[in-house]
Write a protein that binds this ligand. Structure first.
Ligand code: SF4
Ligand code: SF4
Length: 442
């Protein structure tokens, strides 16, 4: 079976957050395969520890993917501060005889170093054009955990587990391997808090993650972490503002200082993303849709909203609002530039991670979250059929069926973009809905 078929059958999706089905990334050839090991979201500690624990598997997974797309070079991007991991990866690349093909490049400790387009520029000095993807400049990017899952897929192992960090204002910070489908509530019990009602939980990193409205959800293949903070923490208050409220506040108070634009990572790459113009359109109810179409260039990194804006406004939320409106009207931004060059001031405007962490009130919680073994014994698991971008998986089991860990339970619909899903533990199927398959474990 060829590699793409193995990846497809194993249900591998981008583990970095978006959940794009990985087999669909490998349909074209590219000059570079890049490993995104930046892990730039504050407090998350997954990828750096996976690279430390499974260097050979990640290197081999990356090399296999690179060879499949006929890449002439594989590059691992990792922040220079992870000195020991970098030394280990370099030693293992040598030992595996891949030194002529693969190299490790050190990234600056800034946010958002792991934004796909920022990473491509930092590693290759190529700018991905507006509205485009890295393939346009000869690059395919995968995340460290995705490379590990590719390696496992080559051995016939489907994706049934994910690694995630539990961090924040809690006594026990840790990174754990969790079966896909575990109840979030059960996972969070590990963190050692006794007053859960005082806390709110961010699903994912503190910058791009959103506050969970409740704890009734389940871990998916793309879960990367949960950040627990007291409900009155700045981040929770800021992230809990509704889009409508964000629009009202932003409309009245924007002083057009353009700090949001001057520090925007996509603007700094030479794109036309200028959030202050979107804010202007909002304030003066300008009807020029062209100005608002640039909202589609926003990667939603949240830097403008959580760091740049001196008036504590919500440019990202406003962008998101316009993106939605434009999508509803079927409008798409048309790039006007062909050649892109980063802005001259880019190097001076990159945001050091430490400053960001301080600004968003996380310095006290910016601590290790060591890999910790947990013997999970859930009564039920709920495996999502929509964990990925594309069409939901179609169940191939029925209520009452006995299933084994690793067994296919949901397939990709014919002629669709999607990902297969598998049982993560042995058990009996008790319920099937449009969204999930519930399994009684045992
Ligand atoms: S940084 Fe804030 S106040 Fe300044 S232009 Fe942007 S949204 Fe307006
Ligand atoms: S969220 Fe703000 S800073 Fe980030 S890309 Fe969008 S406009 Fe730029």
């Amino acid at each position: 079976m060829d590699l793409v078929q193995q990846i497809k059958e194993a249900g591998v999706i981008g583990a970095g957050g978006a959940g794009f089905p990985t087999h669909a990334k490998f349909t074209a050839k590219a000059e570079y395969i890049l490993l995104n090991g930046a892990e730039c979201e504050p407090l998350l500690r997954v990828d750096q520890q996976l690279m430390e624990r499974f260097p050979d598997e990640i290197i081999n997974g990356l090399a296999a993917a690179g060879r499949y797309i006929e890449a002439r070079k594989a590059v691992i991007g990792i922040k220079g501060k992870h000195k020991e991991v970098i030394a280990l990866l370099r030693a293992r690349i040598d030992a595996l005889g891949l030194a002529g093909y693969m190299e490790v490049m050190e990234l600056r400790d800034m946010y958002p170093a792991g934004d796909e387009q920022v990473l491509v520029y930092e590693l290759t000095k190529r700018v991905v054009p507006e509205t485009s993807i890295p393939l346009k400049v000869g690059c395919v990017v995968i995340n460290a955990e995705t490379a590990l899952n590719i390696y496992k897929a080559m051995a016939g192992q489907p994706v049934t587990e994910t690694y995630l960090t539990i961090a924040g204002d809690i006594p026990r910070r840790m990174t754990v391997k969790v079966p896909v489908g575990m109840a979030i509530r059960d996972v969070l019990q590990q963190c050692g808090i006794t007053n859960p009602d005082d806390y709110a939980v961010i699903d994912g990193g503190p910058m791009m993650g959103s506050v969970l409205s409740g704890l009734d959800g389940f871990v998916s293949k793309k879960s990367k972490g949960y950040i627990l903070l007291k409900k009155d923490h700045f981040l929770i208050r800021k992230k809990s503002v509704s889009v409508e409220r964000a629009r009202v506040i932003s409309k009245t108070a924007c002083e057009q200082c353009r700090m949001c634009t001057d520090l925007c990572p996509r603007y700094l790459l030479g794109h036309n993303m200028q959030p202050h113009k979107i804010m202007r359109a909002l304030s003066y109810q300008l009807a020029d849709v062209k100005e608002q179409q640039i909202a589609q260039l926003c990667c939603e990194c949240n830097l403008c909203e959580l760091f740049s804006c001196p008036a504590n406004l919500h440019p990202r939320s406003v962008n998101k609002f316009y993106k939605q409106k434009l999508a509803e009207q079927g409008l798409r931004y048309q790039p006007v530039t062909i050649e892109y060059k980063p802005r001259a001031a880019r190097d001076y405007r990159l945001l050091p991670s430490k400053r960001l962490v301080a600004k968003i009130g996380l310095t006290a919680f910016d601590k290790p979250a060591p890999m910790t073994a947990v013997d999970w014994r859930p009564e039920y698991i709920s495996i999502g059929l929509r964990q990925h971008i594309g069409a939901p998986a179609i169940p191939v089991v029925a209520v009452g069926d006995q299933v084994q860990a690793g067994q296919l339970i949901g397939k990709i619909p014919d002629n669709s973009l999607g990902a297969a899903v598998h049982a993560s533990l042995n058990g009996t199927v008790t319920e099937i809905t449009d969204n999930s398959i519930v399994i009684k474990v045992g």
